[in-house]
Ligand binder design. Structure first.
Ligand SMILES: [Zn+2]
Length: 701
């Protein structure tokens, strides 16, 4: 924990979601759940918090989506802004303000920033040749252009980034560029842009991050910053030739807009202004007072913007504080595959709520338990079910249910007066008092997984205490003792109601209502769980038991897995270019094919040919050379000894100077992977006719 004086206030930001699609579990796990846990925790400890976010509504992705769907960008953003905002509310994300970058307050704020930096001479102006689509009469940058990546050869690299090798690119770097609007080959045309010379901020960044935050920033964040700074920073364009965005507010800026990465982070400031206006507060201390702690919650793809570019903009401006921490998460995968909006490989929040109505906390809990804090992590439905059934139901839910049911059964819901505490009672109550500090300590270090597990440990403490004490047995011989047991258990239940709030807000609320402590004189604050000896006083009456969690059945999990399987199949269908059926052939034509079972006895790579392997195949008649285009799918080592189906009477053909005498039959499996047309493996004898084994749709390589 920090040794400096406690901050006077906190400004917590969560990455602005792009309004080109709804929100999925990856967004929630990476950014919004941890940010919300942190903000709720701070509020519970009495801190002054501004927790802000909003929709990012500018940029090429939105412009493109609008063009593709034949609607205006405004129609796209209105649709998704509404959906996203609703999802956040549904999942209990307690933003103090959720704004949008198309709002006037944001246009003014971002425009003002640009003007001030422009007037201070913080930008450099450069005229360069850029790609231009003559048909669309538009400059092409970022996602408006694809071409071959100069670094890895990927033929579908974008004008800002190659998704194959991760290189950051300029549109003009692409080989064979093509407009994604019209498909035409672009020309080049001169245009003027403003650049933020990041190289001028290298010393500042080195000092501030590499020296100043060596110990308190997460290693993944620090490491990425270090690698950016060490590889040398270059000027970065802050304007674009586009018609969707915030107009460049200076002379010569006509027809240009601010680059989305210049305006988006300023959106945090605009959102704070909007909030302050509504709440009749002054926004400035939240961004300008050095006693404010500013924390950005983001995913790892945004590190460079929040740690390098935005701080340089704030530094250039001069009046602003810098983030104290940027606890960026890695990525969450779904059932082993990368989450993808375009491939629909996701669990969408609105769909989750259709299938698991009222079970927001289960998802919050599971995503926290699996948070990709230090490395990419996987969400699986089986794990989701296990976390729910084995932890939330069997431990937390079971404990609370027993406490509430027994209190009602024995005492009509009134907290009993305890008699003497045994050493186990006292130790248990002492343990309870440690939990606010234990959980705080994890949260202050942005270790949300650990914090969530500590909360569950408190539930374990209660569950074990009750199971060991067995009040349902003791009641027959020692009624006084049972009063003490139930009193102790009720204190733990009360502690759980308070400490679970950041993680399981809906459950906490329900539990507080069952215990009758919501908005009443007996409501307890976070710190009082430590400082108070009695959380629920004797004589206080609680309500009836209600199930906090329900068991999730195997069939519900299977339904989710089936849904994903269907998505996979749909994607494969879409990916396959459907070739029309060729002309009909007669049986006589077919019977001309002489197919045999052969064994690959040798295999090696064809020099200087990426796709080709040179094979020696024992056909039963002879051992012959066959050149096969399978080198990208198989290594020579893995196929030697393999039985394959061979077309042996194909006319010989020279491939790269090697004569190929036949063809190995291949097909694609359901994942689109190349596989051998396998002769029956139980058959040993080479040379059997295998004509009947050729499946429909087999492709011949
Ligand atoms: Zn590449």
């Amino acid at each position: 924990m920090s040794t400096t004086i406690a901050p006077k206030r906190y400004t917590i930001t969560a990455a602005l979601p792009y309004t080109n699609g709804p929100i999925h579990i990856g967004h929630l796990a990476g950014v919004y759940v941890p940010a919300d846990i942190y903000a709720r925790y701070l509020r519970l400890t009495g801190k002054d918090v501004a927790f802000v976010c909003g929709s990012d509504e500018h940029g090429v992705a939105i412009s493109m989506k609008a063009k593709k769907e034949g609607v205006t960008p405004k129609e796209v953003i209105d649709k998704y802004h509404g959906m996203i905002k609703t999802s956040f509310e549904d999942f209990g994300i307690t933003f103090d303000n959720y704004s949008r970058t198309s709002a006037a307050v944001h246009h003014d704020t971002a425009s003002g920033f640009f003007k001030k930096l422009y007037e201070q001479g913080d930008f450099i102006e450069e005229t360069t040749a850029q790609l231009y689509d003559e048909e669309a009469k538009q400059f092409l940058a970022d996602r408006f252009v694809i071409g071959t990546c100069p670094k890895c050869g990927n033929e579908e690299a974008y004008g800002d980034q190659c998704e194959n090798c991760g290189s950051s690119l300029n549109a003009t770097d692409l080989i064979n560029p093509k407009s994604t609007i019209t498909g035409s080959v672009p020309s080049t045309k001169e245009t003027t842009h403003w650049f933020l010379p990041l190289d001028r901020y290298e010393d500042f960044l080195r000092d501030w991050i590499l020296k100043g935050h060596k110990d308190d920033w997460k290693p993944n964040v620090y490491g990425q910053c270090k690698s950016w700074i060490d590889s040398g920073l270059e000027p970065r364009a802050v304007t674009r030739d586009l018609d969707w965005g915030i107009p460049v507010p200076v002379k010569g800026g006509e027809g240009k807009v601010l680059y989305v990465w210049f305006d988006a982070p300023i959106g945090y400031i605009s959102s704070t202004k909007e909030w302050a206006e509504r709440e009749n507060k002054d926004w400035e201390p939240y961004w300008k007072d050095k006693d404010t702690k500013l924390v950005h919650f983001i995913g790892k793809d945004n590190i460079v913007f929040h740690c390098i570019i935005f701080p340089s903009i704030l530094k250039a401006h001069g009046d602003y504080i810098l983030p104290e921490n940027v606890p960026a998460n890695e990525f969450l995968n779904l059932e082993g595959n990368k989450l993808s909006t375009s491939k629909n490989w996701a669990v969408w929040l609105h769909e989750y709520l259709e299938d698991f109505s009222g079970m927001q906390d289960v998802l919050r809990y599971t995503l926290t338990a699996n948070a990709p804090e230090t490395k990419d992590n996987d969400f699986t439905w089986k794990d989701f079910q296990a976390r729910n059934n084995n932890e939330l139901v069997a431990i937390f839910g079971n404990f609370i249910n027993r406490v509430v049911v027994l209190t009602n059964k024995y005492y009509d819901g009134v907290i009993p007066n305890p008699s003497d505490f045994t050493s186990v009672d006292s130790e248990t109550l002492d343990e309870l008092k440690k939990y606010p500090e234990i959980i705080s300590s994890s949260l202050e270090r942005y270790r949300f997984r650990e914090a969530g597990q500590e909360l569950m440990n408190l539930a374990r403490l209660g569950n074990k205490y009750l199971a060991d004490a067995e009040p349902w047995k003791v009641i027959k011989e020692d009624e006084e003792r049972v009063k003490t047991i139930m009193f102790v258990a009720l204190q733990i239940a009360s502690g759980l109601a308070v400490l679970s709030e950041p993680f399981l807000p809906f459950t906490s609320d329900k539990l507080k209502s069952i215990l009758g402590v919501r908005s009443s004189a007996v409501e307890t604050s976070w710190n009082e769980v430590s400082s108070k000896d009695i959380l629920l006083p004797p004589g206080h009456k609680i309500g009836q038991s209600e199930l906090l969690f329900r068991k999730i059945e195997d069939s519900e999990i299977q339904a989710q897995l089936d849904k994903l399987e269907a998505t996979k199949k749909a994607n494969q269908q879409e990916n396959k270019a459907l070739m029309p059926q060729k002309d009909t052939i007669t049986f006589d034509d077919f019977s001309k094919l002489d197919m045999r079972v052969g064994t690959i006895v040798e295999a090696e790579k064809m020099p200087k040919a990426k796709k080709l392997l040179v094979l020696k195949v024992d056909t039963g008649l002879d051992v012959r050379t066959i050149v096969s285009g399978i080198a990208e799918s198989f290594t020579p080592e893995e196929i030697v000894g393999k039985k394959v189906t061979v077309l042996i009477n194909l006319a010989p053909r020279a491939l790269r100077g090697v004569e190929s005498e036949g063809m190995i039959l291949m097909t694609e499996n359901t994942e689109g992977k190349l596989v051998f047309v396998n002769p029956d493996n139980s058959s040993d004898s080479s040379g059997d006719g295998a004509g009947n084994g050729v499946s429909n749709g087999a492709t011949i390589n």
